[in-house]
Design a protein around this ligand. Structure first.
Ligand code: GLN
Length: 188
């Protein structure tokens, strides 16, 4: 199983280590030519505006969007979730726009801009969630399943068909269960 990890900016190495621990092969996606024969895709955290600019500059954006729309299983975390969102409440434009949700960038106030909490993420129980200048999902369209919520009503994890979007960073924990679930989704 070959998982492509977008490696233009951000926390991609941590995702690779996690996947390798679980026995998956990874490939760093740095140019258009890397986007071949993938079984899965990871869009890591980092800075969504920088990632989006680089995807344009490297002419990778349209190919990536097409692959996701054609059904490539995708796990997106934090900035990656912002890249996937169809709408961004506080940004001038969306990026890949394959996930029918709206997100708000940097949505937790200053004091809370980084925090850790533990809760169920879908069927993964008691998962440690690390939030770093995270977005939340302000609305979802039909067919989007909510996986987890913080602060009573802020959605921070969703699944839509083959796309999983998380506002937090599973790659920054020792807990491999979310990556394991993603590999199971691919295998299914
Ligand atoms: N605040 C970043 C953005 O808007 C996301 C932060 C992260 O990925 N940890 O892109």
């Amino acid at each position: 199983m070959k998982i492509g990890v977008l490696a233009v900016q951000g926390a991609f190495i941590e995702h690779e280590k996690m996947l390798q621990k679980l026995g998956a092969d990874t490939v760093e996606l740095r140019q258009k030519g890397d986007l071949n024969n993938l079984d899965g895709l990871i869009l890591p955290g980092g800075e969504s505006t920088v990632q989006s600019l680089l995807l344009d500059k490297l002419e990778m954006k349209q190919t990536l969007k097409g692959l996701i729309e054609d059904g490539l299983p995708t796990l997106a975390t934090c900035a990656g979730l912002i890249l996937l969102a169809k709408n961004i409440d506080n940004a001038p434009k969306s990026h890949l726009a394959t996930l029918p949700v709206s997100v708000k960038r940097n949505a937790f106030g200053r004091q809370l801009s980084s925090f850790v909490t533990k809760q169920n993420v879908g069927c993964v129980s008691d998962y440690p969630e690390v939030f770093i200048r995270a977005p939340y999902i302000s609305s979802t369209e039909d067919g989007v399943e909510t996986l987890c919520v913080v602060h009573e009503d802020k959605i921070v994890g969703v699944k839509y068909k083959h796309q999983i979007g998380l506002a937090f960073h599973p790659e920054l924990t020792e807990d491999t269960r979310i990556h394991q679930k993603f590999l199971e989704l691919i295998a299914a």
